[in-house]
Design a protein around this ligand. Structure first.
Ligand SMILES: [Zn+2]
Length: 246
């Protein structure tokens, strides 16, 4: 069924090995490239035996436009971007934004040939990018809770970084009166601004202060102090020395 179906498809469409293999991506193990290459080899051997011309891999794939041949290059772009930013992370994930026309074309192909074991192009792209980046970064893909997600637009080579926020719990004491808890007109400083400053500096992210309960300007906060949480959005550095900040 695989060889016959592939012949039908290739008679009408010029596909690269990745896109050919992906039509049967849910079957067997290994990469879609290997699937496609193997299918093409067997199919061409059968055709040769019948005196028919071979289906060579096209210069340009009509489905992916050769995007899948540029994964290593795009992975290097991601790597360079992360290095340049100096971003700290322990795990990552890859996402992508494919043009609708490619996704539609692919679905059309599945329908046209009744392909029930195909894998979508974005899944192959994300997985293969992940494999390259795991080697480059020496860090693992984490599908559940990654520190960083690279969202790639493969057509215009745009890379967007989504960085998981940091949350730090603490307690503060206010030994003098006359400081508002959050920024207030007429006051230069607030508890929030004093606490956030070192966190912003160290993490290079945007710090948001969440205090428990409200507190008047003219009171002190003694004893064990008031609990708070700081949320740091888009932290470039996430391994921070809390002792040093305190
Ligand atoms: Zn292709």
């Amino acid at each position: 069924m695989i060889i016959e179906k592939s012949e039908e498809v290739l008679e009408k469409h010029s596909l690269c090995n990745n896109c050919l293999g992906r039509l049967f991506g849910m079957l067997g193990k290994g990469s879609n490239y290997i699937r496609g290459k193997s299918i093409r080899l067997i199919l061409n051997m059968e055709r040769e035996a019948k005196g028919m011309p071979a289906f060579k891999e096209p210069e340009r794939c009509e489905l992916c436009g050769n995007i899948l041949k540029r994964i290593e290059y795009l992975a290097r772009l991601c790597y360079e971007r992360a290095q340049k930013l100096g971003i700290e992370f322990e795990s990552f994930l890859v996402g992508s934004r494919f043009p609708k026309e490619i996704m539609d074309k692919e679905k059309q192909l599945w329908k046209e040939f009744g392909l029930k074991f195909a894998e979508p192009i974005n899944r192959e792209f994300n997985r293969e990018m992940g494999k390259f980046l795991e080697v480059l970064f020496q860090k693992p893909v984490d599908k559940e809770n990654p520190d960083v997600t690279f969202i790639i637009d493969p057509c215009c080579e745009r890379i967007e970084l989504q960085i998981k926020p940091l949350y730090i719990y603490g307690r503060y004491r206010k030994l003098v009166r006359g400081i508002p808890q959050t920024p207030l007109k007429g006051f230069k400083e607030s508890v929030a601004s004093i606490i956030c400053r070192p966190f912003s500096k160290v993490t290079r992210g945007k710090c948001i202060f969440h205090g428990t309960g409200r507190e008047d300007v003219d009171v002190r906060m003694l004893g064990n102090g008031r609990p708070f949480v700081v949320e740091i959005k888009k932290p470039v550095k996430r391994k921070i020395d809390l002792e040093k900040i305190a």
